[in-house]
Design a protein around this ligand. Structure first.
Ligand code: ADP
Length: 538
């Protein structure tokens, strides 16, 4: 039977064309690498993106080439997102905080033909350049710059290239299954692995991820993605922003609390998104400056667990709702978002808070299940732990250039997380399977210990790791950072765990440090901590 309906492909050009046509005047504010602020709008972002696509063709970049970016969140990066992908090429965002050897591996593995870079990363690009086998063009994201030219003589300048490009390029008609962007997981073990998204999965993620019970971004919002555009496409926010035509504030390199307060207050940001480490900095800056960030209504917190104290601080002192979300590179990344159900609205405050602290429930388009080590499904009763598996409209099926499927025989992706799910579908990540602490055959959740430690008023950051133990194989050790000027002894913190957790789960020791080591996406590097303190109890 033939349907009566049009069949329009789901393409990234349709997102940016919509933004330009219906929200052309809406501002895109961009902090440049030198700290100056540039104001653009969706209309100009779209026309510059088209010019860029034309430029790449005139530079003989293959029509389906991977083009890398090593860049902050700024307007040129946004133009590149669309100019590269809507033109049929693949926008490959690189996390500059990875080890240089990992970046070298990633660029060669992706066979990138172009590297776009911000000034900050000139030394990095210069150091790696001779080892990058497939790159034809290095394009500096700015005006002509003598310093950059001296460092990289063959460099091309983005602004010069665009200035000479004509505006009459039109987006090609693409099949919706054409690849559009590429992200590598940070690869704490082994080589980083690539996930190659398509136009179709990106558009579905933009629509599905932005439902009223999703990110719920609207044209009335001013959105500050603090999450970097090199961290799983800033959680899809650039595409969603184009689809809804919201105001955007792109923060550039200054991600410290003071800079964020200035941006939020200066531009009336209503929604900001980022990992918990970022919000620790913001909350400290708010306390210091006394700003109440009146425009800010919501923060989306993901990448690692939202600490109780953070939710409370935002809520009680700034009337900001923290929305907890879970996802990963392999899920584009939005998987679950914590939005309440009708029945939750009636709950007493403590119970309501308990619901809001978890990672939320699956968006339409994502399915979750829990299995045990034998692959047998585990009950979704809010208590039974299992390995979290997922499948859905924007979930990986095979890593880029891998020879095998990434899925189980029955088509599910194993996330590597250990979780519970309750009968409303609310997910709680109990741990990453490799971070769990196994004491005498019983599991202890590092996340739970960290949450308790973080709720102590003197503690700024906390990580629990498994330390080798003669009798119990592994026992928990806490590594913590105290707030500035706070005084707290080991025995006091250990006592703080009393009655909050079973006594055998209490940490054996506390180690005070000045800072926790962070990985490329702002998460605590537990591998490093285990190397350093894993033998503390022997
Ligand atoms: P990487 O950790 O290599 O940076 P991702 O950014 O894809 O890779 O991270 C995905 C993982 O991050 C998830 O599998 C999960 O362990 C963790 N994660 C993401 N969001 C949350 C969250 N809200 N709470 C707890 N863990 C989370």
């Amino acid at each position: 039977m033939q349907s009566s309906m049009m069949s329009m492909p789901l393409t990234i050009s349709s997102l940016i064309e919509h933004a330009a046509r219906y929200h052309g005047e809406t501002e895109v504010i961009s902090v440049e690498t030198d700290g100056t602020v540039a104001t653009s709008n969706w209309s100009r972002i779209e026309s510059d993106a088209r010019k860029l696509s034309a430029v790449l063709s005139s530079l003989h970049v293959s029509s389906d080439a991977c083009c890398a970016t090593v860049a902050w969140n700024n307007k040129r990066h946004l133009q590149i997102y669309f100019g590269v992908a809507a033109g049929g090429r693949v926008c490959h965002t690189i996390n500059p905080r990875l080890f240089p050897e990992q970046i070298e591996y990633i660029v060669n593995h992706a066979a990138d033909e172009v590297v776009f870079f911000d000034k900050t990363f000139t030394p990095l690009v210069r150091a790696l350049k001779d080892k990058l086998q497939t790159v034809k063009h290095y394009i500096f994201m700015g005006e002509s710059d003598d310093e950059v030219k001296t460092a990289i003589p063959e460099v091309l300048f983005y602004d010069e290239l665009l200035a000479s490009a004509s505006d009459d390029y039109i987006w090609p008609a693409l099949d919706e299954n054409t690849p559009s962007s590429l992200c590598y997981t940070s690869g704490t073990t082994g080589h980083p692995k690539g996930v190659l998204y398509t136009h179709r999965t990106t558009v579905l993620h933009s629509i599905g991820g932005n439902q009223p019970d999703g990110l719920a971004i609207s044209a009335k919002d001013t959105v500050l993605p603090v999450v970097p555009m090199f961290h799983v496409n800033a959680w899809g926010v650039p595409y969603i922003a184009a689809a809804v035509g919201c105001r955007m504030v792109l923060p550039g390199p200054g991600l410290d609390g003071d800079s964020l307060v200035r941006l939020i207050d200066g531009y009336g940001v209503s929604l900001a998104l980022g990992v918990p480490t970022i919000w620790i900095g913001l909350l400290a800056a708010l306390e210091k400056t006394g700003s109440k960030v009146p425009s800010l209504k919501r923060t989306v917190v993901g990448g690692s667990a939202l600490p109780t104290s953070m939710l409370q601080d935002f809520r009680d002192n700034y009337q900001v709702d923290s929305i907890h979300a879970w996802g990963m590179t392999e899920t584009s990344p939005l998987g679950t978002i914590n939005q309440p159900l009708f029945k939750h609205l009636e709950l007493p405050e403590a119970e309501y808070e308990h619901v809001r602290l978890g990672q939320g429930r699956p968006l339409y388009g994502i399915e979750l299940r829990l299995v045990d080590d034998d692959g047998v499904q585990v009950a979704e009763d809010g208590e039974s732990h299992g390995r979290l598996q997922t499948r859905g409209l924007w979930v990986v099926s095979q890593y880029y250039k891998a020879s095998e499927s990434a899925l189980s025989e029955d088509g599910w992706f194993d996330t590597g997380d250990v979780a519970t799910i309750d009968n409303d579908g609310y997910l709680i990540i109990r741990d990453r399977s490799k971070d769990m602490i196994k004491s005498g055959g019983e599991w202890i959740s590092s996340v739970e210990l960290e949450n308790i430690a973080m709720s102590h008023p003197s503690i700024a950051q906390a990580a629990a790791i498994a330390a080798a133990h003669k009798q119990w194989d592994e026992r928990p050790v806490m590594i913590v950072v105290r707030h500035e000027n706070a005084e707290l002894r080991e025995d006091e913190l250990l006592q703080f765990f009393d009655n909050k957790i079973a006594s055998w789960q209490k940490p054996d020791a506390v180690i005070f440090v000045d800072a926790l080591p962070l990985g490329g996406t702002g998460k605590v590097l537990k591998t490093r901590l285990r190397e350093q303190y894993g033998r503390h109890l022997l």
